[in-house]
Design a protein around this ligand. Sequence first.
Ligand code: ADP
Ligand code: MG
Length: 397
Amino acid sequence: MRSLADLDVTGRVVLLRSDLNVPLRDGVHGPEVADDTRIRASVATIQNLRTRGARVVVISHLGRPKGGPDPKYSLTPVAARLGELLGLSVLVAADIPQARTMAAALSDGDVMCLENIRFDPRETSKDPAVRQELAGELSSIGELFVSDGFGVEHREQASVSDIARLLPSAPGLLVQTEVDVFTKLLENPERPYVVVLGGSKVSDKLAVIGKLLEHVDHLLIGGGMAFTFLAAQGYEVGRSLLETDQIETVRGFLAAAKGRGVDLRLPVDLVISEKFAGGVETRVVPADAVPTGWMGLDIGPATIAEFESVISQARTVVWNGPMGVFEIAEFSRGTQLVGEAIAACPGMTVVGGGDSAAAVAMFGIEGFSHVSTGGGASLEFLEGKALPGLVALENSL
Ligand code: ADP
Ligand code: MG
């Protein structure tokens, strides 16, 4: 794969696929950016290109528009924020013909945006010919392509993979960092290698669990997904999150972990409540003693202590998924303390997952080696799957 430095960008129009899919909120003059983390993360590559004299056209999606232009999902407020961060005015072209005209008028170091790429339904079409048609039109805007949206690299989409086959292409700095980190984790993690998994759904993360069991020394499971594991061991889980259709698969994981000598740990105690809400009565109970009608919403103190002790011995830790309903103060302790233990571990520490990253920001935890910008993409990387956006870069012109 080429690197960004290998592209001769001076004086040329460079199409840059970034992930500027940020949360919006209602402002006085319409939607405004509620959290600019992803915009900030995209700035390094843009500045690299600008200082080398490139003329940058940024392409991104935003939200889930229903296959046509929708002012609610316009990139205008995002471009305005990007312009503030760059100290430039960043205009938005409404469509590809307008982008072509505007790009031709750019000077070296200028930056503009193309309007939300998902206003065009061809972007996410399942039909390769349809996507390639859009990619062909996009490629007429500029001469080179830089792929910097790690959060979409696992998608087969016109502005992610198809376009990289049509223009000389390279990964941006953000994607390069992510690829370096996850390649290291996949190929030669230092041991002990500990993975901490949580979050709401086992089914989302099933494939990665199977693969991780071949690689890790310790697998610590908390969050909502733990209850399917506890149920697989025959425990009553009350009204806790449970995916009954996954119990058999999870039994297979428990057996595989035993067979391979992987230390798979489940919660030994839980913080439970009768309601999914704050300000209600909570209790701490052993993991096999959830009363009927109650639900587990966080891991308990004994579990936190066990997880902390395993994490403190680790040389590599990957964390994906909160340990409890961290959004509600009563159930946030597990996520906060386990997060802090991971950040304090002197080995390589990596956080993946949108909600996990949000928890890290909410608690102000610092000191991780890397906080990934792509939840789904990072999990697919750890599964050993080929990510379409990266494959396309490898096969680029
Ligand atoms: P990530 O985005 O980091 O991959 P997920 O999307 O898988 O994480 O899960 C995050 C959600 O899981 C959070 O909103 C959190 O409230 C929820 N969650 C964690 N533990 C529990 C639990 N015990 N019961 C219900 N929901 C939970
Ligand atoms: Mg999530």
